[in-house]
Each structure stands twice: as structure tokens, then as C-alpha cells.
Design a protein around this ligand. Sequence first.
Ligand code: HEM
Ligand SMILES: [Cu+2]
Length: 599
Amino acid sequence: MSSITVGSHAPDLSHADGHAHTQSFLSKYVFSKDHKVIGIQFLFSTLVWFLIGGLLALAVRWQIAWPWTKVPILNHLYAAEGGQMSPEAYTMLFTMHATVMIFLVIIPILAGAFGNFLIPLMIGADDMAFPTLNMLSYWFMWPAFIFLGASFFVEGGAAAFGWTSYAPGSSNVMTAPGSLHGQTLWLLGLVCVGISSMMGSVNYMTTIIQMRAPGMTMFRMPLTIWAMFITAILQAFALPVLTAALFMQLMDRLLGTGFFTPEGLVINNQTVAGGGQPLLWQHLFWFYSHPAVYIMILPAMGMVSDIIACFSRKPIFGYKPMVYAIAGIAGLGFIVWGHHMFISGMNPALGMTFMVSTMLIALPSAIKVFNWLGTMWGGKIQFTTPLLFAVGFVSMFIIGGLSGIFMAATPIDIFIHDTYFIVAHFHYVLFAGTVMGVFAAIYFWFPKMFGRQMSEFWGKVHFFFTFIALNCVFFPMHILLGQPRRYADTWHVSVFRHYQPVNEFITRSAIVLVSVQIIFIINFFYSIFFGKRVGRNPWHANGLEWQAPSPPGHGNFDFQPIVYRGPYEYNSPEVDEDYYPQNQPPPKDRPLASEDMGH
Ligand code: HEM
Ligand SMILES: [Cu+2]
């Protein structure tokens, strides 16, 4: 791959100082085509939704701990009679909590915020391949924000069929509160998120294939880039299926088709158009959404790998196996979706197949965990805030991965499907995993984004409380054996009543968990304006992004980056420092090193 031409893709040095053209405020900060600005727009938007999603979670938890008592402040959301939450409102709240967290926070913060900010910088490009498409991918999130935000206020309230939106309830109007305009807006919102993701993924693939700096061969790319690349491929193959399914459900609701409605179904004393298959929705939905759970974690895995190598001052252990593991997880991810449907009455032989393929995914996942541990082993570990969050990610992912293997076993899943064990599992991988990884990434790349550093002291305080609180919230869910998820009130079911102290403990811990995020919010905004100013490479890291100014100007680099080595050569015997930037020529060749361009 040494033949990448410098020509058209070389950084345009005239842009590098950020003052080359005069841009209006609107074109610079609002309708910007600069990948860094777009990344930061995604970051701010998703952080706002993160807060909203967190408050929705608290309302859900309040009802479980203290059923039918008035929820402070949030009871205005669902305009309850006498301040009491109705079961319908509860259903709406957990549906919208998950929808917001998955589609408006996790997916866009990983790909939209970090994918955008990091990809061109880490591969030594001046911007994305298609800057206008990139801008549109951000602005297509806004209809989604508006549809989903407005759905709280329409007749019948927001969608209420879970983030999985199971048919036939969801595909017929007036089957339940929340199924009127709320569900239609939900579908429209998701279509827009899908369009945005598709634009992003086409852009990321093209950029990574086409725009790497000279010498940046595929196997010299940081694992963050590998993860973003493979995630973009996953998106491109899985999303069309979801989009088709969303349109089919929209047609069922609005045009009277019956893709997902069985023959002869009677709703409100009326027979509705049928002839379809509710299970078809589940297949289409999970064919997208299982790969999507990896879309929700692979980029975090990539970023965590870079952070762990940097603060262990060691090369990543098993770089190529890490790449193959990401690819393996992605490939296997397409043949396991049936593990969400074990109790849908599938043929046992098929269940067996899905069970085995699901268990196989644990292998590449375990390879990654071992390699992270191998990277840290014997390293000169620097306990910075990003490292603490990254190690938090690894340890919590182990717990989530192990519970996944329990659930993958069909005979076990029959008993734990739709119980709190599942809720524990996906919060360990998504909150304790991905969100911790995202925090690691924010603390790590903040200096590059804003030219200043977040407070390390308050970062550690934030880590400490978040880590303890999240385990108090999600670990006890494993022992609420049999307690069904999505029930508005388990207290009135006598067999679960003795769980109530645990449920109250979880809710109290959740209040702490959300509250301590205030430390993060203050640290984040304070540091943008008053944080310690830093130079280009405050962490002494190897990646190309650290060679650009902090923050980088329009066009990113103020020199032409040429890459001589992989991204993990920490503690190399060739140099005196304990890091060896990817663009630094080998000593024997300095200052000119034209032959070592990545064969
Ligand atoms: C070791 C790897 C993993 C295995 C073996 C595994 C297995 C499973 C199985 C069998 C289920 C269905 C359980 C049921 O509904 O009865 C499930 C649910 C789920 N998993 Fe995993 N999982 C793994 C990793 C992950 C990761 C990395 C994520 C996300 C980043 C994830 C997110 C989810 C979510 C969101 C659900 C619940 C979906 C729902 O019903 O709402 N899993 N997992
Ligand atoms: Cu799955």
C-alpha cells in the first residue's frame, strides 16, 4: 500500500493554521464541513441526550422502587392524574429511555463524535472524503431529535413498545397508548438516524481506504481506526434491513398493509388487515440489532486499546490478532441474531445453531480481553483518568460477556429471557462497557479537541463514584432471579415482593450514579474555557493526531505527515524517549527516509 499518492489527498497546508479563509460564524460552527467541528457537534448533542436518557431512567427506577408514588419533577413529563404514574406511562418511559440511549447517544457518540473527530486525524488526512455528506449526516440527526422529542407531547404520548418495537402491537394504531402518533414518530425518527448513520459509514469507509497519509498501511492503522472501519462495514450491511423493516411497519400503520399482522387479528372489536407475520419483524429487527450491539461497542474497544497501550507505555499485545478479533466479532455478528428469539417457538435445531454461533463470539471477545491484559502486564502503568476508565471498561466487559454466555445457552435462556438478568447483561456491556470507554476517550482526546486538559483530580473522583455506583445499580440485577423486565410493578406480584429492598437499593444507587455525572459536566465545561493549556502531545502518545496542533486548524496538519511505523512503538530501543511517533523517521535515515514507506 505504499503507492498512496500524496497528490490530491495531501493536507492542504495553506489551511493548516486555521486562518486561511474567512468564514462566517454559520459556515464555521453551524453548517460546518470540517470533520472536527462536526464531531464536536455530535459530541455536544449526544451529551445533552445522555442527560435526558438518564433522567428517563430515574423515572423508570423510581416506579420500580416506590410503585405508584409521585416521581419528583419528572411527573410533569407524563401529566399524570394526581401525580401517579400510569402503567402506560411507565411503558413509554422505559421505551424512550432505551431508544434515546441507543439511537441518540451511544451510536452517534461513537461513530458521529469520535469517528468524525479521529478518523482523518489518525490517518493523516486533511478531512473526510465527502465533507458535505458528513455535514448532512449530522443534520439528519435533527429531524430524529425533533421527531423523538416531540413524540412526548403528541396525543397518546411517546412510543411504548420497547426499543425493540415488537409487532403486531407496534404495527397497528390504537393497540395501546403510545401507539398513535408516538410510534409513527418513533419510526420516522429511526429512519433519520439510519440515514445519518449510512452517510457516516460510506464516508468513513471511503476515507479510511482512500485518504491515508503516505506510509500509513492498513496494518499501521491504530486499532481505533480498524474498529471504526469494521463498524462502518457492519452499518452498511445491517442498516438496509432495519430501514426496510421500519418502512414496512410505517406502511402497516399508515397504509393498511399487514406485513407484521397475522390473519384474523381483532383489535378494538375490529378485524385488521392481516396475512403477515409478527415474527418477521423480530427477524428483521434482530438481523440489524444484533450487529448493532457491536456497532455500539467495537469503536469503544478500539479507543480503549489505544488508551491502554499509551498508558502502559507498551506496544499493544497481539496487534494483528486484535484486528482479526474485531473482524471475527463483526462477521459472526451476522449469524447469531436468533439468540434474541429462543422462546419464539423456533425449531430446536435452529436454536442449537444460534446457540453455538453465539458462543463462538465469546472467543474473539476473550482474545481482546487477554490482549488488553497482556498489554498492561509488566507495563509502566500511568494511572491517569483515561486509563482508569479504560480499565473499568475491560473489567466490566468481562462481567457482561460472561453473562452473555449464560444467556446464549438455550436451556438457560428459556428461564432468564425477559428477566432482570438480561437487563444486567446489556447494562454491563453498554453502560459499564461502552459508556466507560466513551468517558476514557473524552478525557484522552479532550486536549486535542479543545487545546486544554480536563482536571485529572476531578476526573478520578468522577471515575471512582461512577464505577462504584454503576456496580451497585447493575450487579444486583443479576440476583433478581425471575423478576420480569418491563413490568410497571413487581411489588404487587407476591413472589417478587421480597426483592423490594434490592430494588430500592438499585434505585438509590441510580440516583447517585446520575448525580455524580454533575462532576463530569462541570469539569467538561470548565475545562473548555479554563483548563490547563497543553501542547500537541500531552500524553506522549504515538498516533498522528498528536502531531497536529491542539486544537488542529482547518486542514489538520501544518506539515505533510509521512508514516514510518505502527502506532504502538512505546519504549522502542531505537529512541531515547519512551514513545516513537508514527511520523518520526528512523534514526539511521534521518532526515530523509523515502525508502521506508510501508512495505
Ligand atoms: C460475549 C458476547 C455476548 C454474548 C454471548 C451475548 C449474548 C446475548 C444473548 C443470548 C442475548 C439474548 C438474551 C435474551 O433476550 O434472552 C443478549 C441480549 C442482549 N445483548 Fe448480548 N451478548 C454478548 C455481548 C453483547 C455486547 C458486547 C453487547 C452490546 C454492546 C450486547 C448487548 C445486548 C443487548 C442490548 C441485549 C438485549 C436486547 C433486548 O432484548 O432488549 N451483548 N446477549
Ligand atoms: Cu444479540
